[in-house]
Design a protein around this ligand. Structure first.
Ligand code: ASP
Length: 313
């Protein structure tokens, strides 16, 4: 069976000067995942390897470098789903785990459920994953933005603003900060197994305890070996309302090619939710790609067997 992989590094108005670091991060993540697949490795390992690279790269809103909550802390969400068994592992509101995707993977391989907060961190300790200080996940850029927000010098993203106005899908205005760079990956291994994964720090200045689409199965991600996998990014509250990832896979089930499925899913998001904005990546069991967004940009990289890596932003 052909191997294939696609990763994304966030769907929002990525500023011009951040395009290159986003592309570099996506290329590095793809290379890490591809090395696993090329060596005959498994799709969950490829996804974990790719997402870890992006969690460790401070440019992305995942792991180290994530946005801060209104309380000035980092709270992380992540998930992984296996299209063969339909098992999943999801985590939310993590404050002390450097690589949430690894914890999600352990949960998928173990109890197969969704763990949040303190319970999730206790599970991390139980399976031998170290905890870190919350401060260790905070970078200067985000601390500075949070301080500026507290001082009233910048505003939170204007999610829900009509697409085409000053929403987070547009170039951030001088006052409002933009969206952020949740990361995601889909891998197809040589046994035909499709696995999806994603990781995020959520939205800037979110309420402590807020959980977006990212770790919710059917919203931020979904995979079924028979039809395909989808991973989403963008304004989480809008993505949840249309169960965007499941919707994209359902369109594949109805026979749409992956590119059309991604486009229809994103069009439906904007049609059904006022200001609904985001992006969606798709990979099918045949290794075909779909990619659509209604934000200003999405950073991505993909590779299919026999081909060279392709990327864009
Ligand atoms: N979807 C994420 C959330 O709402 C944010 C993002 O993708 O940028 O938490």
């Amino acid at each position: 069976m052909p191997i294939a992989m696609i990763v994304h590094g966030g769907a929002w108005a990525i500023p011009d000067e951040q395009v290159e670091p986003h592309l570099a991060g996506c290329r590095a993540a793809l290379a890490a995942g591809w090395a696993v697949l090329e060596a005959g490795g498994l799709a969950p390992d490829a996804c974990e390897a790719a997402v870890r690279v992006m969690e460790d790269a401070p440019i992305f809103d995942a792991g180290t470098g994530s946005v801060l909550t209104s309380a000035g802390t980092v709270e992380l969400d992540a998930a992984m789903m296996d299209g063969r068994t339909l098992r999943y592992g999801a985590v939310a509101n993590l404050r002390r785990v450097r690589n949430p995707i690894t914890l999600a993977r352990r949960i998928m391989d173990g109890p197969g459920t969704f763990l949040a907060g303190e319970g999730a961190e206790q599970f991390a300790l139980a399976v031998g994953l170290p905890l870190c200080e919350n401060d260790a996940l905070v970078v200067e850029r985000e601390r500075g933005l949070w301080e500026a927000w507290r001082a009233g010098q910048v505003a939170a993203p204007q999610y829900g603003a009509p697409v085409g106005s000053q929403g987070p899908d547009q170039q951030p205005s001088a006052h409002a900060v933009g969206g952020r760079d949740t990361v995601g990956a889909i891998a197809l291994d040589s046994s035909g197994n499709l696995v999806v994964a994603n990781s995020t720090g959520g939205t800037p200045f979110k309420l402590p305890g807020r959980i977006g689409d990212t770790p919710m199965v059917g919203c931020g991600l979904y995979a079924d070996d028979f039809t395909g996998g989808a991973v989403c990014s963008g304004w989480g509250e809008s993505i949840v309302r249309v169960a965007l990832a499941r919707r994209a896979v359902e369109l594949l089930e109805r026979g749409l090619p992956p590119q059309s499925a991604a486009e229809v899913a994103i069009r439906n998001l904007a049609r059904r939710v006022s200001g609904g904005s985001g992006g969606c990546i798709i990979l099918t069991p045949a290794g075909r790609i779909g990619l659509a967004w209604n934000t200003r940009r999405i950073a991505y990289a993909y590779r299919q067997e026999g081909g060279e890596p392709t990327w864009g932003c």
